[in-house]
Design a protein around this ligand. Sequence first.
Ligand SMILES: NC(=O)c1ccc[n+]([C@@H]2O[C@H](COP(=O)([O-])OP(=O)(O)OC[C@H]3O[C@@H](n4cnc5c(N)ncnc54)[C@H](O)[C@@H]3O)[C@@H](O)[C@H]2O)c1
Length: 254
Amino acid sequence: MLDGKRILVTGVANHRSIAWVVAKVCAEAGAQIAITYQNERLKSNAEKVTKELEDVLLLPCDVTQESETEALFATLQEKWGQLDGLVHSIAFADREDLKGAFHETSRAGYSLANDISAYSLVTLAHHAKPLMETNGGSIICMSYLGGERVVPNYNMMGVAKSALEMSAKYLAADLGPDQIRVNIVSPGPIKTLAAAGVAGFGGMLDVVAQRSPLRRNISQEEVGKASAFLLSDWSTGITGETIHVDAGYHVMGM
Ligand SMILES: NC(=O)c1ccc[n+]([C@@H]2O[C@H](COP(=O)([O-])OP(=O)(O)OC[C@H]3O[C@@H](n4cnc5c(N)ncnc54)[C@H](O)[C@@H]3O)[C@@H](O)[C@H]2O)c1
């Protein structure tokens, strides 16, 4: 499905990371993979989990540092010369902005969450464009229903996901003429490092298991497969779209 594709996957923190499983599924489907880790602290984790992939490029990139993003794409230009896919799987908000009263969100917390979780897609897409414009490409990002509707405690991350989703749509319109597609994957709740920061996360898993059409939660592998589809030539007519991988939970009204 992805034979010969060169795909950059951001956001691998550990073996539970959605990004890691997306990378693994894409590699199994024939893609060559580059993976980024946020900092030195997470480097050894990334080295450990990605050991099983052959020929993987492992590169640092803290998206708050423009110089690191520039260095990342300079390396990809040098090693690969082109890029077919980009997976944005990065989010951060201060823990106090993921619980309680939303109106108490600080100005600093608001900007930080938007900068790391939403603006980073814009700058990554900007740098990916020159590597994608010859053959076209596919960019995906990970959102959550809390960016479309109010989910208790998701608070600041909900606002950041809303910004992320609209950024993806504006990018889809911008980059479409170069045959670069931009789509949104919206997974249901999954136990990961980032999810642990949301107050009452266990309750979110319970609600989906009880009330989603499929009456269960979803796995990282299911997100990986939907992502591989969007990164592949099986989805060349799709851009600016949101695919919910959430056992159907988003269709329920009550
Ligand atoms: N787990 C869920 O329930 C769930 C549901 C829907 C969407 N998502 C989204 O999926 C994506 C991946 O999250 P995850 O659940 O796999 O958790 P995770 O903690 O494994 O991944 C989050 C990643 O963001 C990276 N990151 C944070 N700040 C960064 C920075 N400044 N520069 C570069 N990287 C940075 C972390 O290093 C980490 O690798 C996120 O966008 C998250 O919001 C998660």
